[in-house]
Design a binder for this molecule. Structure first.
Ligand code: NAI
Ligand code: SAJ
Length: 429
């Protein structure tokens, strides 16, 4: 692979930034393009806006960060990693992809290969990306430039599954393009390359691997609701079931992030367009979207069991990001739990060691404590069990709370025997 070639990564976020840094490490000439001046300003000041790589990685890299779209003209490869949310009606919102495609079309180097990395519905690369670039450039896809698709599969907050550690699926408009992309990505992915026969196969595979996770978690959540309904402790039941070698290890809980809760709607959208409604996928989403309410009601019933007046009660939510070990609060569903508690007049406070306090206060509309205080608190809701919060001595700290203290441990990570040996009322999902 000719490392003299120039790569432009469009979108300096959780996906695009590590991608740019890795290709830079391999000796490519890399441009990191983003429309957000604040992002580029931080990167030019050797600050990692995502807090995933760390500032040292930015300092050590020679990526050229810019908001100047003219830079794209130099790129032999353009890799797109912009957001692909769904709208309020849960339909794919590809306006970021379209906008990026317009900019690329206006600054296209003939012969370039444009690779979409963002998660999309099957067909989006050929239906949205290619025609938009053609319209802006006046050039023809498959002749004057080429398109491909290669999803990102790294796991946020999981250092063992970064870009180099997960098999990279690649696909291309032609067999030659696919082979060239396999070689390109092969320079930064140690785990290997899977060449998908069609672009749509690669698009679908990405969404479907996240759907499998969403459906499995939804089953655990439905089992948790069922266990609660018949008076059993879910974790006792799962601990027993897990002794079977092929029992799949998923946990009930709040299902957040901008992918697992979103990607099912890409497949729902595309299959419904073709006359089929994937009922299991839809119902799994419904169950997982119900969990914030379920957890709020578990807390409200717990306060009531403690003889507390809801409108006079205070709940401290520990952990606001969407999963342990990450700072990302963008689509943490604990906000829905907070809103429901507030509907009953409960005062909610929050704390999270990773999340930016001002951003969290804006996101959730509650007071954020840099150091969680248990004083005057009626209940602690351990929503995201960051390691720091698993190490708290709750037996000791709960003495500061208004008696009788309540702990709601969403993921059931605390030692129940220790907690129940105290005056603490303990609930878990
Ligand atoms: N965050 C993750 O762990 C993973 C995300 N993905 C997918 O990757 C895609 C990107 O996600 P993230 O990196 O998390 O998003 P992000 O929100 O962290 O970063 C996106 C960046 O793109 C920039 N941007 C938006 N429109 C632009 C345009 N027209 N031109 C240039 N830059 C533009 C934004 O300013 C932002 O800096 C999404 O489709 C997501 O589903 C896939 C796997 C993992
Ligand atoms: C199939 C798969 O493992 N996908 C990964 C996933 O990363 P992400 O951090 O969004 O997913 P996650 O770790 O499953 O967490 C999602 C949400 O689900 C919750 N969760 C997770 C596992 C579980 O058993 N129970 C549960 O409640 C987490 O707390 C979190 O709120 O989505 C990423 C993405 O596509 O953005 C993807 O690259 C990652 O590989």
């Amino acid at each position: 692979m000719d490392k003299e070639r120039t790569i432009c990564v469009v979108g300096m976020g959780y996906v695009g930034l590590p991608l740019a840094v890795e290709f830079d490490r391999e000796g490519f000439d890399v441009i990191g393009y983003d429309i957000d001046p604040e992002v580029i300003s931080q990167l030019e000041s050797n600050i990692d806006p995502t807090n995933e790589l760390g500032n040292r990685a930015i300092t050590d890299s020679s990526v050229k960060y810019t908001t100047d779209s003219n830079s794209i003209k130099h790129a032999d490869y353009v890799l797109i990693a912009v957001p692909t949310p769904v709208d309020d009606l849960k339909n794919p919102n590809l306006r970021y992809v379209e906008s990026a495609a317009e900019t690329i079309g206006q600054n296209l180097k003939p012969g370039a290969i444009i690779v979409l990395e963002s998660t999309v519905y099957p067909g989006a690369t050929r239906e949205i990306l290619a025609p938009t670039i053609e319209a802006e450039s006046g050039l023809n896809a498959g002749e004057d430039f080429y398109v491909g698709y290669s999803p990102e599969r790294m796991v946020p907050g999981d250092d063992e599954h970064g870009i180099r550690d997960v098999v990279k699926i690649v696909s291309g408009q032609t067999d030659t393009v696919r082979a060239e992309l396999a070689e390109l990505y092969g320079t930064i992915v140690d785990a290997g390359i899977h060449e998908a026969p069609e672009i749509e196969v690669a698009e679908a595979a990405k969404a479907i691997e996240n759907i499998q996770r969403d459906v499995n978690i939804a089953l655990m959540n439905e089992l948790a609701i069922a266990c609660q309904n018949i008076g059993l402790d879910t974790h006792d039941v799962l601990d027993a079931a897990r002794t079977k070698w092929n029992f799949h290890n998923y946990q009930p809980g709040l299902v957040g992030g901008h992918c697992i809760p979103v990607d099912p709607f890409f497949i729902i959208y595309e299959t419904e367009r073709n006359g089929y409604t994937p009922k299991l996928i839809e119902q799994s989403r419904d169950i997982n979207e119900y969990m914030p309410t379920y957890i709020a009601d578990l807390t409200l019933r717990g306060l009531n069991d403690c003889g507390k007046v809801l409108r006079d009660s205070t709940v401290l939510v520990l952990g606001l990001s969407y999963k342990p070990g990450v700072a990302d609060i963008r689509t943490s569903v604990v906000g829905d739990t907070i809103k429901r508690l507030q509907e009953y007049g409960v005062t909610v406070l929050g704390a999270d060691p990773y999340a930016d306090e001002a951003a969290a206060s804006d996101e959730f509309g509650i007071e954020i404590q840099s150091q969680p205080s248990f004083h005057g608190v009626d209940a602690v809701l351990l929503a995201t069990p960051h390691q720091l919060y698993r190490e708290i001595d709750y037996a000791q700290r709960c003495e500061e709370m208004t008696a009788p203290p309540l702990i709601v441990d969403v993921d059931g990570v605390l030692d129940r025997a220790t907690i129940e040996s105290t005056e603490i009322e303990y609930r878990r999902v």
